[in-house]
Every structure is written in structure tokens, then in C-alpha cells.
Design a protein around this ligand. Structure first.
Ligand SMILES: [Zn+2]
Length: 377
């Protein structure tokens, strides 16, 4: 336990935004912070040194994917996830709950376990809360997430309540089974879009001895305003002296809106996935580099960005995408990861200076300034 702690350094005067440091055995994580997603033990298309150069402090690995391939015992024999992928900073692993829900061909949940068919070789796999922790201990991540019961929304209230209550019982089983003091355990608050269920789940989980708390089951198709409402209703019931992690979210605006509602940590595949699709995040909104308008554009993707992509012109990057060269997706993945890390660094500075509200307004005004609102130019 003593190897992990969360220093809450400053609270923004006008919003719920917090500036903190989450200390782990592999180093500190400055919060609010964004974790690049390394699904298969790699942040897609980007070397580990390049990930570090974007300013990332902590990365995420996927338990479901790594347990199926190469197998968690293979990862253990390769020295654990840190040694295998060469990342020396902290790593958080998810529990597999979300992937079972979203990728598993069959998906049967009983009180004992989630059962699914592997999307790789079709075999039937059973994931219990205990097995999820056992896998994450073999991977050797700094933070393990409890296995939760994720359901599709909208769902009838009875199903949402059942999944929430099962998630609490599973969280308890994870905590009782866990056997490593070098691995923090984070619980996951479920409860769909129902504020009463979220509050109940948060209260029951915070009565147990977790190192941090996540808000799960959001960014599954609900309106952003619904997401923000549920985040606020959840963080209200979480202890101030523990880190809070909003899973799988999201767009730059979602990061700022949820920081304002008390979230400290984020992860999302958007920077790399959009980068591979020729979409770059900038302060003036998303830019689609494949578009013909960039054909002879000598400007970088974003003026003033220190990343290696922005040493090149938009015209060159457009050419790489049109020619099917792998360097195009690599460069824009690096630019987008850098953009997210710069956004979080600016956010931290704004909170320290008690000007987060003003900073958020300026950023959103910039993103809205794109010629076609909401559409990449
Ligand atoms: Zn850049």
C-alpha cells in the first residue's frame, strides 16, 4: 500500500478540477493525465521511446488481449509487461470486462464468471474476478482494475441494477484474491446513467480498501451531456484523496469537461486511431490530412507543436497517406499523442494558476472555430 499514494496538490477555485500526483513504484504520474492505450503491449505504430517523447507518464495494457495472445504466462516469462515492451514508467491494465462485453462472440455472465469465445481462435474462455487479478499480477502492471460487469446501454433498469450489484461483489472478490503490494487496485463504479445507482455503487466501493476509483460504462453511445452529468454525480461520492479514472474517454473536449468534474486520469484510443485515419487534433479542431486542400500546404499540422510530425508540411503528410506509406499513420499518431499530452500539461498549469475555467473556454472556442463545426477540414 505504501508504494502508492495520491498527493492532491491543488483544487481549482471555480470548478471541480484537481491537480495531483499519483506516486507508483515505476514513478509519478502527474494528474490530470492521459494514458496512451497499448492494447497488445504496443501503442500502435509508435516506439516506446516515441511514446515517452510525447510526454506520457503512464500507459495502458489490455488484459483480455494479452491473456489470449501471447498469454500472460508468456508475458511473465518475458520478464513482465514492463520488460516485454520496454516501458519503464507505470502501466495500468484493464480487467478484460469491457473487451469481453465488446469483442467476445458469445458473452454469458453468471455470478461465477464471464464466459466468452476468443475472437482469435474461437476457444471458450472463462474469466472470473480472481482470474482477472491473477492475469494482471502475471503481467506485473502497477495498477490492476477489478473485473466489472459491463452491459450495453440503454438497458432496462433491472439489468443495470443487477450488473452494478454484481460489479460490487466482483470488486470484493478481486480485492480478497489480490496478493501483490506492488500493484494498486482500482475499483470501477457502474450504474448506467442512473445517478442513484452510481451513488450507491460509489458508496459501497469506497467502503472497501481500494487505491483508486474508476468511472466505467460511459462513452458507449450516450450523449456527451449525459456522460458529463453521470461523471459529476459519481465523483461527488468519491474520496478526494484517491485518484479518479474515467475509462475510455475520449475527445479533447471530453477531457476538459470531465477534468472540470473532478477526473484525474483518462485513456482512449482516439489519438492513435484517428491518426491512422489521417485525422490530426489541433487547437483549431480536427484536420483531415487526406483532403485535397492540403495538397500544396507548406504549413505543419500545427504551428508551434514540438513533435516530429510537425517538422514536415501538411502537403508531405497528405502525400504519405495517399501513397499508402506507413510513415503517414505513424507521424499523425505521434502528433495526436503529443497533442493530448500538451493539452493535459496546459490543463495542469491552468489549474495551478486557478484559471482552468478561462482555459477551458478558450480551448473550446478554438475547437469550435473550424469552418464546419464538428467536421474535420
Ligand atoms: Zn505535431
Amino acid at each position: 500500500m505504501s508504494q502508492f499514494h495520491f498527493d492532491l496538490q491543488h483544487r481549482d477555485a471555480a470548478t471541480g478540477a484537481r491537480r495531483g500526483v499519483f506516486v507508483t513504484p515505476h514513478g509519478p504520474v502527474q494528474t490530470p493525465g492521459f494514458m496512451p492505450v497499448g492494447t497488445q503491449g504496443t501503442v500502435k505504430g509508435v516506439t516506446i521511446d516515441q511514446v515517452a517523447a510525447t510526454g506520457a507518464h503512464m500507459i495502458l495494457g489490455n488484459t483480455y488481449h494479452l491473456a489470449l495472445r501471447p498469454g500472460h504466462e508468456t508475458v511473465r516469462r518475458l520478464g513482465g509487461l514492463h520488460a516485454m515492451c520496454g516501458w519503464e514508467g507505470p502501466i495500468l491494465t484493464d480487467s478484460g470486462g469491457f473487451q469481453v462485453f465488446s469483442l467476445g462472440e458469445i458473452n454469458k455472465v453468471t455470478e461465477h464468471a464471464a464466459t466468452f469465445r476468443s475472437h482469435i481462435d474461437g476457444r471458450i474462455v472463462e474469466l472470473t474476478p480472481e482470474h482477472s487479478i491473477e492475469i494482471q499480477e502475471a503481467l506485473g502492471s502497477d495498477v490492476a482494475m477489478v473485473l466489472d460487469h459491463v452491459i450495453a446501454l440503454p438497458a432496462d433498469p433491472g439489468a443495470v441494477t443487477d450488473a452494478m450489484e454484481r460489479s460490487i461483489r466482483w470488486a470484493k472478490r478481486c480485492l480478497e484474491y489480490a496478493n501483490s503490494d506492488r500493484q494498486a487496485k482500482f475499483a470501477i463504479v457502474q450504474g448506467g446513467l442512473d445517478e442513484t445507482l452510481r451513488a450507491q455503487c460509489a458508496r459501497e466501493l469506497t467502503s472497501m480498501d481500494f487505491d483508486g476509483y474508476a468511472v466505467g460504462g460511459l462513452s458507449v453511445g450516450e450523449e456527451p451531456s449525459e456522460m458529463y452529468r453521470v461523471t459529476a454525480a459519481t465523483t461527488e461520492h468519491l474520496p478526494a484523496d484517491h485518484p479518479r479514472y474515467l475509462m475510455g474517454v475520449g475527445r479533447p473536449i471530453d477531457l476538459l469537461e470531465n477534468v472540470a468534474r473532478g477526473i484525474d486520469l483518462f485513456d482512449c484510443v482516439m489519438p492513435t486511431r484517428n491518426g491512422r485515419n489521417s485525422i490530426a487534433f489541433t487547437d483549431a479542431g480536427p484536420v483531415k490530412l487526406r483532403n485535397a486542400v492540403h495538397r500544396e500546404d507548406r504549413r505543419p499540422v500545427e504551428q508551434g507543436c514540438p513533435c516530429i510530425a510537425c517538422r514536415h508540411s501538411r502537403g508531405y503528410i497528405r502525400h504519405l497517406f495517399n501513397a499508402g506509406e506507413m510513415l503517414g499513420p505513424i507521424l499523425l499518431s505521434i502528433h495526436n499523442l503529443t497533442y493530448y499530452q500538451r493539452l493535459m500539461a496546459e490543463t495542469r498549469s491552468a489549474i495551478e494558476a486557478d484559471r482552468f475555467e478561462e482555459f477551458r473556454r478558450e480551448k473550446i472556442a478554438g475547437w469550435d472555430s473550424a469552418k464546419t463545426p464538428g467536421k474535420a477540414t
